[in-house]
Each structure stands twice: as structure tokens, then as C-alpha cells.
Design a protein around this ligand. Structure first.
Ligand SMILES: [Zn+2]
Length: 344
């Protein structure tokens, strides 16, 4: 089969479109014929060797996979050949104390498809039978491939970790990203007043189309000052932040008393000299969010909400598998709005 594989870390040039052996499934696995695999910034960090997550070389990336089940291991039940599926990327061990007590989403030995295991930037991928979720007929492969990382991050972050309530004000950074555009919609579904930030007016116009009530161009104005104005000096109840260190101080300034800062990513740096006083004085919570701890029910809820039209998938562009370098470059340059997808 054809796959996008890299044998060394580096720029997009290390991505090779090449022939690799078709995966042989074990008794508990299924083979998925990949129809769509969407890109994430994690794919870029893994390829460049800058991710703290260890990757064995050569590697095939791709965490967000949809396709058809074409082979089924003999221990796998409840699925038939030809089923259209989306793949849950986190593979649980089934043995650790969290798996044993029914909280496998917190599994301490989680392996991630596309990170620790070969991913979906290939014609075929093998995954545990427990990791495929059938998708409704009205959900396209492309739409489904946008869900497991970005949309579930938004859902798990805002609902389970952030406990966003009706009427609260939520500030969402990087609303032009796949995760940001999903977060705007999930926050609106929850009845929040949404302030979105992005670096261009075009991205902000699209964030408004998705439901953002207020928008801030962080290249033109100071978002902390704008949040103060918009909220009548009250601040935001929740901040959904994928940026990290470079916006830390302004995030803390922008939070209301009892505010919750959801740390979803650290593309703007992962280390800050924190001034702890304001956190105590204003009862501020700093909450980490990792999609790999999201329970299966969140993936199911997002698949249903998308199929029912309550969440829109936002797709910037699709590429053929052999165009993986172009696709990763587009994401790297942050010129996209929404998801970038490979179609093997
Ligand atoms: Zn476990």
C-alpha cells in the first residue's frame, strides 16, 4: 500500500510517499481502508522531532481517521465488514487501575494511533476493534475525520473540564484553528456569550458565521483591554486557550472572579514566571485539557451532534495522500480556517 512515512525528523521534505507493507491485523484488531485523515498541529511537531511524545522511526502519522472496515480479527464482535467508521485515536491498556475501575479514559498506559502506533496517512491502518465507531450515513468521511481530535477537544474541554454554564462569557483564542472553530460552536451550544480571537479579520468574520458574539483581532488590538470593554470590566468566566505562555499574563488579567483557564495547547510557549497572587485573590482555576483523556461518550456525542446538524465541521482544504507535504505546509503557515484533510 501507499503511505506517507518519514525516516528522520525535519521539515516537510522528510515526508515520503512510498510503498509499505499492508498491516497484518491481530485477533483483536480491524483493518480500516482509510478514506480521510485530517491533520493536526501534533502531526507537525512529531515530524519535526519537537514533540515531547516519543516517536519511533520510520513513522506514519495521522490521528484523525475515517474509512471502511475491510478485515476483522476473530475476537472482534459487533462490527461487520464494510462498516463506515471513525477511529478513536486513544488505545487503552485494559489492565491499569483506571481501566480496571471503569475509567479507561484516564488509562496510564494509553497509546495513541498516529503517535505511538502507525496512523492514517496511508491507504490502510490497523486499529483495535474497540476503537472504531460507526458513523451515520449522512456524515461524510471528510466530516467524520475532523471530529476525534479537534471537536472532541472542544467538547471535553468546555463541558467536562470547564463546566461552562448557560450565560457565561467564554473567550476562545485562535478561533481560526480546527479546535478553535469547534470551540466557538460548542460554547454557543452551551448558551455561552462567545468572544473569539484570531490574527486576521477574514478569520474573525468566519468565527462570527459560526456564532461568535464578539471578535478581537489580536494583531490590531490588546485582547485583555478589549475583553475588559466587552465584559464591562467583569472579565471572561472561561478562557479556552491553545496558545499558552505568550498570552498567559493577559489571560489572567482577562478572567472574572472564579474564572477558569482551560489550557489546551502551548503553541506560544509552555513556560511562564507565574504571579500567583491574582490566582488566589480571584479564585482562579488553571485546568489542563488533553483530548486523550476524553471518554468515549464525548466522541459519540460529537458524532451525533454533527450528524444532527448542531455542530458544523469546518474544512479548509482537502489534498490527495501524495500531497501530504503541501497539506502540512498549509497548516504550518497558519493560512487555513478549519481542518486540512488528506484523502488516500
Ligand atoms: Zn489502562
Amino acid at each position: 500500500m501507499k503511505a506517507i512515512r518519514y525516516h528522520e525528523f525535519g521539515e516537510v521534505e522528510v515526508l515520503k510517499y512510498e510503498d509499505v507493507p499492508e498491516p497484518e491485523i491481530g485477533d483483536n484488531e480491524v483493518l480500516v481502508h482509510v478514506k480521510a485523515a485530517s491533520l493536526n498541529h501534533l502531526d507537525l511537531r512529531l515530524r519535526s522531532g519537537k514533540s515531547p511524545r516519543p516517536v519511533d522511526l520510520p513513522h506514519i502519522g495521522g490521528l484523525d481517521i475515517s474509512g471502511d472496515v475491510v478485515k476483522i480479527g476473530k475476537n472482534v464482535t459487533g462490527i461487520v465488514e464494510g462498516t463506515r467508521v471513525v477511529v478513536e485515536p486513544a488505545v487503552r491498556c485494559g489492565k491499569c487501575r483506571f481501566c480496571q475501575k471503569g475509567e479507561s479514559n484516564l488509562c496510564v498506559a494509553t497509546k495513541v494511533i498516529g503517535v505511538n502506533l502507525f496512523g492514517g496517512f496511508a491507504e490502510y491502518v490497523k486499529v483495535p476493534g474497540a476503537n472504531v465507531v460507526p458513523i451515520p450515513d449522512n456524515l461524510s468521511y471528510n466530516d467524520a475525520s475532523t471530529i476525534p481530535i479537534c471537536s472532541v477537544t472542544a467538547w471535553y474541554g468546555l463541558i467536562e473540564r470547564g463546566s461552562v454554564k448557560l450565560g457565561e462569557t467564554v473567550l476562545i483564542h485562535a478561533a481560526g484553528s480546527g479546535t478553535g472553530s469547534a470551540a466557538v460552536q460548542v460554547a454557543k451550544l452551551l448558551g455561552a456569550y462567545v468572544i473569539a480571537t484570531a490574527g486576521t479579520d477574514e478569520k474573525l468574520a468566519k468565527a462570527r458565521e459560526l456564532g461568535a458574539d464578539e471578535t478581537i483581532n489580536y494583531n490590531k488590538s490588546d485582547f485583555a483591554e478589549e475583553v475588559k470593554k466587552i465584559t464591562n470590566k467583569n472579565g471572561a468566566d472561561v478562557i479556552f486557550d491553545q496558545i499558552g505562555a505568550s498570552v498567559w499574563d493577559k489571560n489572567i488579567q482577562s478572567l472574572a472572579p472564579r474564572g477558569r483557564l482551560l489550557l489546551v495547547g502551548v503553541v506560544g510557549g509552555g513556560s511562564v514566571p507565574a504571579n500567583l497572587g491574582p490566582l488566589i485573590i480571584r479564585d482562579i482555576s488553571i485546568i489542563g485539557v488533553t483530548v486523550f483523556n476524553a471518554p468515549r461518550k464525548d466522541l459519540l456525542a460529537v458524532v451525533n451532534s454533527t450528524s444532527q446538524g448542531r455542530l458544523r465541521t469546518v474544512i479548509d482544504k482537502t489534498f490527495r495522500l501524495e500531497e501530504a507535504s503541501l497539506a502540512q505546509k498549509l497548516l504550518e503557515d497558519r493560512n487555513q480556517f478549519g481542518k486540512v484533510i488528506l484523502n488516500p
